[in-house]
Design a protein around this ligand. Structure first.
Ligand code: FSX
Ligand code: SF4
Ligand code: F3S
Length: 379
């Protein structure tokens, strides 16, 4: 980064520090993390810092239906820097049933006022599934069905974001036999929307989507299900820290067995990483450090971001292998723990894929593969 860019980044950080009380180091770290989450080139953290500093504050109307409020909870529980401060300062949250003090008619009036004042410009965020059976009577707010409310709010929205698996396709409330006809936002509106699935989703994926909107004036590129490619472009299995064990045929066979204790692959315990698109393995959860994600903690991925997998397939069922490339092309990276040749490292980064994931997984895998190299095999 040039001296001018460096100075600009620090000027933005200083402005945010005085406005939000978030120290400069945390803020510049946040900008770099967001740029990495988005898979952006070096130097993009400046555009992000300036977008947050300028705080254009798009109006956001946030609706809740069939869900547990875990999506909101995960946003508010994030740390370093306090993500909720950034979110609540970066957007103007004009209607959010969990967070607003208003209730009853006052709350209804606040939503109507926000929709009128920001007609055509607000971002609509929907959390929770929408029940469609029996004319939608299973979820009503202010005497009106969720179907009516979401259609009304979407009509004048500039963008619609479905946050969480419930809003993305129905999620947990749509589990068979789905007595309420729980559906996703796109199904109800009959048009595509941006989806941030996960139960709950990683707050950085939501924040990075909003920051992309602020910094680059549009939503990020998405896949056929509306999922931002920066977060859902690859299957978890491609970035998993246990992948070396999978390739070598070393599996945990029971919870608590030797393989489980040694950190072997969880495929035979039903891990759905091979058929689940998400970046859990690369960005982790809760800013709590390396390995803070389901598989990192020793639990098989249940595919919570993936329609047809999460809440649909039994947890113990083995995953469909979508793209298993090759142990043969994996370089022999380890002679001794923590050491590698430059060529092997470069090849591993290339295999691991996106710069963000690649760099993260390189350091994770190197530390663990020595143990793997000397461990017995479970054939
Ligand atoms: Fe809960 Fe959100 Fe799961 Fe659903 O998250 S964490 S049930 S995706 O809508 O509140
Ligand atoms: Fe990781 Fe699961 Fe793939 Fe094993 S099956 S490498 S635990 S994602
Ligand atoms: Fe969900 Fe699997 Fe990630 S269970 S949180 S998609 S590791």
């Amino acid at each position: 980064m040039s001296d001018t860019c460096f100075d600009d980044l620090h000027a933005s950080a200083a402005a945010v520090e005085s406005r939000l009380g978030i120290n400069r180091r945390e803020f510049t770290q946040f900008c770099a993390t967001t740029a990495t989450t988005l898979g952006l080139a070096a130097g993009s953290d400046l555009a992000i810092a300036q977008a947050v500093e300028k705080a254009q504050r798009p109006s956001v109307i946030w609706l809740h239906y069939q869900e547990c409020t875990g999506c909101t909870e995960s946003l508010l529980r994030a740390e370093h820097p306090t993500l909720e401060k950034l979110i609540l300062d970066t957007i103007s949250l004009d209607y959010h049933e969990t967070l607003m003090a208003a209730a009853g008619h006052q709350a209804e009036a606040a939503r109507q006022a926000a929709m009128k004042a920001h007609k055509g410009k607000y971002v609509l965020v929907v959390e929770g599934a929408i029940p469609t059976k029996d004319n939608g009577i299973y979820c009503k707010v202010g005497g009106r069905t969720a179907v009516e409310l979401v259609k009304e709010a979407a009509a004048d929205a500039a963008a619609v974001i479905a946050i969480g698996s419930c809003a993305s396709w129905g999620g947990m409330p749509s589990t068979g036999p789905n007595p309420t006809g729980a559906s996703g936002v796109a199904q109800v509106l009959g048009k595509p929307v941006v989806t941030i699935p996960g139960c709950p989703p990683n707050p950085y994926n939501f924040l990075a989507t909003v920051v992309h909107l602020l910094a680059f004036g549009g939503l990020p590129a998405v896949d056929g299900l509306g999922r931002p490619l920066f977060a859902y472009g690859r299957i978890i299995h491609e970035h998993c820290e246990r992948r070396a064990h999978f390739d070598a045929g070393r599996f945990a066979l029971q919870f608590g067995d030797e393989g489980h204790r040694r950190g072997y692959c969880l495929y035979k315990l039903g891990c759905k990483g091979p058929e689940t698109y998400a970046n859990c393995s690369t960005i982790g959860f809760g800013d709590a450090g390396e390995s803070n994600w389901p598989v990192g903690c020793g639990h098989p991925c249940i595919g919570c971001t993936e329609q047809g997998v999460g809440f649909a397939k039994p947890i113990h069922m083995v995953a469909q292998l979508r793209s298993v490339t090759p142990a043969a092309s994996t370089p022999a990276i380890v002679e001794r723990q923590g050491e590698t040749s430059f060529a092997a490292a470069a090849a591993l980064v290339a295999i691991a894929g996106a710069a963000a994931g690649g760099t993260a997984m390189l350091s994770k895998n190197l530390g663990k593969s020595d143990d793997a190299a000397h461990a017995p095999r479970d054939e």
